[in-house]
Ligand binder design. Structure first.
Ligand SMILES: Nc1ncnc2c1ncn2[C@@H]1O[C@H](COP(=O)(O)OP(=O)(O)OP(=O)(O)O)[C@@H](O)[C@H]1O
Ligand SMILES: [Mg+2]
Length: 192
């Protein structure tokens, strides 16, 4: 009989392992000029199933033209999935999930805001949210925000949460505009 038997990891264990590896040994970044409006559309498609049946209305507003940012598309999709997942998990009884993309030409940034009308975050835990393995969920790994912050900061950006218990949460990400293209203030066009 073999002393060690390798058994395939179940889905949840595999994804925990992937999260831990991604956090402790961040993957190399391959940034490319990216249209974030497009990217958020793709991510919405990926999580649309999770929104279905939960009574969650999704909307997004993308300022046009939106400046390009330079991001690693796969890793940035991971960030947006983590944040949208947190938002819909905070709305078990339904609500509204809104994403806003705006130019911040004065700071040469592009801003992504993800806003939910969920349960909000009690003030006493707000300073712990980005700690690895901090979770209030029975099935959470507590790595979603830690990994997202790490990826955003490696892109030269920032992330901040603003939340009020019982009212909802707003996540603000700021990313430097890609060199050579900065759009001025312009109209906002609703989409999807
Ligand atoms: N939009 C939100 N609304 C309410 N609470 C939130 C929101 N986003 C994050 N939180 C709180 O922050 C904690 C940490 O979030 P994080 O994404 O790091 O881990 P998690 O969602 O618990 O687990 P996972 O690793 O599966 O993402 C959550 O457990 C939750 O308490
Ligand atoms: Mg999470």
């Amino acid at each position: 009989m073999a002393l060690f038997q390798s058994t395939p990891l179940c889905g949840a264990k595999q994804s925990l392992l992937t999260d831990i590896l991604n956090y402790t040994r961040p993957r190399q970044l391959f940034p490319e000029p990216t249209d974030l409006g497009h990217l958020i559309g793709d991510v919405h498609q990926m999580i649309a199933e999770g929104l279905e049946g939960r009574g969650i209305t999704y909307r997004q507003r993308v300022e046009t033209p939106l400046s390009d940012v330079s991001v690693d598309v796969d890793q940035f999709k991971q960030v947006l999935i983590n944040l949208l997942k947190n938002a819909y998990q905070a709305m078990p009884a339904g609500g509204e999930l809104a994403v806003f993309l705006r130019n911040k030409p004065d700071d040469k940034n592009v801003e992504i805001e993800i806003r939910d009308t969920g349960e909000g975050i009690p003030p006493e835990i707000q300073d712990k949210l980005f700690r690895p393995y901090f979770t209030t969920k029975t099935t959470g790994t507590g790595l979603g925000l830690a990994i997202s912050k790490q990826i955003i900061e490696r892109h030269g950006g920032t992330i901040a949460l603003d939340s009020k218990k019982g009212t909802g949460t707003s996540v603000l990400i700021r990313l430097p505009m890609a060199e050579g293209r900065s759009e001025g203030a312009s109209e906002c066009k609703p989409s999807s």
